[in-house]
Structure formats: C-alpha cells, structure tokens
Design a protein around this ligand. Structure first.
Ligand SMILES: Cc1cc2nc3c(=O)[nH]c(=O)nc-3n(C[C@H](O)[C@H](O)[C@H](O)COP(=O)(O)OP(=O)(O)OC[C@H]3O[C@@H](n4cnc5c(N)ncnc54)[C@H](O)[C@@H]3O)c2cc1C
Length: 425
C-alpha cells in the first residue's frame, strides 16, 4: 500500500481523492483547514444574499464517505520534508509516498494589504457572509440616516476589479438594489443606489472577446451599474476610495482585483511565477521531486501554445482527476502521459438572467448564456440535496425577484467579552 497525502479539498484535491478512492493500492489522507468543500463559483451568491452558506459547501466527510481507503483530517499544512517524505501540519506529522498540494489561491492587494479591512475580498465563506453583512447593513444605515450626504455614501457600492467575480458581484448588487429591495424601505429608495465597477484595464472581462465584453458592459448598465475602465484605485480607507486625486465616498467597497496563489509550504525550494504559482513539470510534479505534485490554482502550467492555464475550476478538476490516474498507474509501474487540458470555455453571469459564454468559436450572451450557466452550475454543484435546494431557490427567485438569505448576521457574537478581560486583570 502506498501512502498518498493530499493537502486541500478544493476542486483539485477533492477530484484527486475521488479518483484515488478507486485505486486499490492507495491509502489516501486528505487534509484541509476547513471541514468542507466550497463551490467557489457561487460564493458571490452568498455575498449578495441569494444563497445560504450551507447551499454551496458540503462536508468533505460526507462527499468521500463511501471510499474505504480515504481518511480525512481537518488541519493546516505548514511544511514539507522532501528528503524524509513527510508533511508537518497543525495536527501532526504525516509520512507520504506521494504528495499532492492543492491549496488554491487568495485575493491580493498588490502590496496594499492594509486595505483589506476596508475592502474585503471574496474567496471564503467567512468573507462572503461579511460582504453580505456590509451590503445589507449599508441599506439599513441609509434608511436610518437623516443627513442626505451620509445617506448617499451608504448607498454607494464600489467593486474594484472587472474580472468575472467583480462582474458577477456588480450584476447581483445592481439587481438587489433595483429589484429585490426596491419596495422594502420607507425612507430610502434602494433603486437610487450607485453600484460602481472599477477596472484598471481598458475593458472588463479581459479574457473574453471584445464583443462579449461590450455586451457584458451593456448588461451591467441595464442593471444600473456604472462601469469605469482605465481607472486604477490608489487608496482605500474607511471613507471610500481614491483614484489619483479623485475621491469617491462609499461605505461599502469590495475587492475583486487580484489573485495570488497560496503560500507554498516551507521546506522545498520551488520556482514561482509573478502570481506566486508554482511552476510544475508537464506531469504536475516538482522538478527534482517526482513524488510531489502541485495542482489547481496553486500550480502554473502552460498549454500547448505557451499560454498559462487559467485559474478556473475545470483546470483544477481535470488536474485532480489526472493526478489520481497517473499516481495509481505509477504505483502499478505504468509510465504516465503529460497532463492535457480540455478547454471547457468560460462563463460569467450578470444578474438574474444574463451571462456571457465563450467556448471555442461559440459566443453566447443574454438569456441563452445564462441558461447554460445555470445548467452547468447545478450539474457541478456537489451533493444531490444541494443541487435540488439551489435549483428550487433559483427557480423561486427567478419568478419572484426575491432573495432568501437577506440576514444581517452580527459581527459581535460573544455575550461576555468583558468577563474575560476582568479575569486577565
Ligand atoms: C468568487 C469566485 C468565483 C469564481 N468563479 C468561477 C467560475 O465561475 N468558474 C470557474 O471555473 N472558476 C471560478 N472560480 C475559480 C475556481 O473556484 C478556482 O479556480 C478553483 O477553486 C481552484 O481549485 P483548487 O482546488 O486549486 O483550490 P480551492 O478550490 O481554492 O481549494 C483549496 C483548498 O485548500 C485548502 N487549503 C489551503 N491552504 C491549506 C493549507 N495550508 N493546509 C490545508 N488546507 C489548505 C483550502 O481550505 C481549500 O479547501 C472562482 C473563484 C472565486 C473565488
């Protein structure tokens, strides 16, 4: 029996585990700092009160319970010793014959990490519920505000970054203010809320064709979103943002501008690209360490034309599946083939019934693209119950424009924080 340790239960790690669950000669240990697999493509729906956290996250134990050879532990990997072949984690040390690292990526502020408290990014469930709290609280604060200037600051929402996440957030926020909340307040008119999407480059969704970018911008504008391009944010603080000398006051700023690969474990020297992704060989292994693999958002591999593979779920998923096949084959003495990505195209949704889709020569926009987006997301969402709930919720909100998860969950959760302070004294 060969010991395979997988770090990270995201798209790459989970698919590697599932594949290795059918490999008779493998004993698998999956370690993740969370006890669940998160379907990140729907995080913006949690942030915009469309779905609840439990609808897009499923416990890793329940997904993998049917595999007898897979053990799951919750903990954080810290380092690796490639000579003695073990990983160190917050819950102990684990030996391996093969190691798969699939720790994903995080948002980055390009050296301005002090902006984070004022402009949360969207990568985890905690961040999604925090954004939801900020957005809904801003409307609540505006409703209670007698001063019109302060009220308009509460009703200004800035999203920094015009990639798919920024576009999806802006579209959902436009819809939330224009439709869902439109009749819920007495003092304010939520339809007058300003939603501003700011992109440093010349166009939003730069990885899509120019034609689809234009269509996406038009769809956003239809939802009341202002799309600002060629504007680089130079400061974020608790009053809003600055773009050079221009100041924009806003209570809510959301950061969707930069992604950086998860920090690599200590103990092994690796080459990385400017986004921190580990440069891997065509079989996803590390140079000089054929038994250590890196997959998903944490890895950098180029396609046949020398272009780096994008940090998207299908790449991570296919790499996880590939590693399961190649490691299982390697245990049996087979010689593996390099990883080859099958391009599944790209999609971005804009509000309740519009999207853009690009798949080879096929370019779709509007409702047909949105319909494809729904089908694909339902299909890939993990767990039958979740698929059913999400489908029913989308169907009901599609017909009624309502959003079920509009709860402001309080930031302060402790009842007795002062008591601990007293005890310390
Ligand atoms: C808001 C948002 C929207 C997106 N929308 C789309 C979309 O529409 N379509 C699409 O294809 N892609 C989308 N993506 C990208 C897609 O989600 C990622 O490409 C994909 O999740 C990468 O998978 P992964 O397995 O590499 O990493 P992840 O899915 O991020 O998983 C990494 C896992 O590693 C764990 N981990 C990290 N560090 C450690 C450690 N040290 N020890 C233990 N565990 C650790 C984490 O807890 C996590 O479970 C989106 C991403 C975001 C954030």
């Amino acid at each position: 029996m060969k010991k395979i340790v997988i770090i990270g239960g995201g798209f790459a790690g989970l698919n590697a585990a599932k594949g290795l669950g059918n490999c008779e000669d493998a004993e698998v240990l999956l370690i993740d700092r969370s006890n669940y697999h998160l379907f990140q493509p729907l995080l913006y729906q949690v942030a915009m009160a469309g779905l609840s956290p439990a609808e897009i996250a499923v416990p890793l134990r329940s997904i993998l319970s049917r595999y007898k050879n897979i053990r799951i532990l919750q903990g954080e990997a810290l380092g690796v010793n490639p000579d003695e072949k073990y990983v160190t984690t917050t819950i102990g040390r684990f030996d391996y014959d093969y190691l798969i690292l699939a720790c994903g990526a995080f948002h980055t502020y390009f050296g301005n990490e002090q902006w984070e408290p004022h402009a949360p990014g969207l990568k985890t469930l905690e961040q999604a519920t925090e954004i939801r709290r900020r957005v809904l609280s801003a409307f609540e604060q505006a409703e209670a505000e007698p001063d019109t200037e302060i009220m308009s600051r509460h009703l200004t929402f800035i999203i920094v970054g015009g990639g798919p996440t920024g576009v999806e957030l802006a579209g959902a926020l436009g819809e939330l203010s224009r439709h869902t909340l439109a009749k819920d307040f007495k003092n304010i008119d939520p339809t007058l809320a300003r939603v501003i999407l700011i992109e440093a480059g010349p166009r939003i969704l730069p990885s899509f064709s120019e034609k689809l970018t234009r269509k996406a911008a038009r769809s956003l504008e239809y939802l009341g979103v202002e799309v600002w391009t060629n504007k680089r944010v130079t400061l974020v603080d608790d009053t809003g943002i600055e773009i050079g000398k221009e100041k924009l006051l806003a209570t809510t700023v959301i950061w969707a501008a930069g992604i950086r690969a998860a920090k690599f474990l200590t103990g092994v020297a690796v080459d990385t690209d400017p986004q921190g992704r580990v440069i891997v060989l065509p079989d996803l292994s590390l140079k000089g360490h054929p038994e250590i693999f890196v997959a998903g958002d944490q890895a950098r591999l180029s396609d046949g034309k020398g272009k780096p593979l994008p940090g998207i779920a299908p790449v991570a998923q296919q790499q996880g599946e590939y590693l399961a096949r190649s490691i299982c084959g390697n245990i049996r003495g087979e010689i593996g083939k390099p990883f080859q990505y099958k391009d599944r195209g790209q999609l971005a949704t804009i509000g309740r019934s519009r999207a853009v889709l690009e798949y080879g020569w096929l370019q779709l926009s509007g409702f047909p693209a949105w319909f494809m987006w729904v089908v694909i997301h339902i299909y890939f969402l993990i767990g039958f119950q979740n698929r059913l709930f999400v489908f029913l919720r989308w169907a009901s909100s599609y017909l009624s424009f309502s959003r079920g998860a509009r709860l402001v969950v309080n930031k302060t959760w402790r009842l007795y924080p002062d008591e601990e302070e007293k005890e310390k004294k």
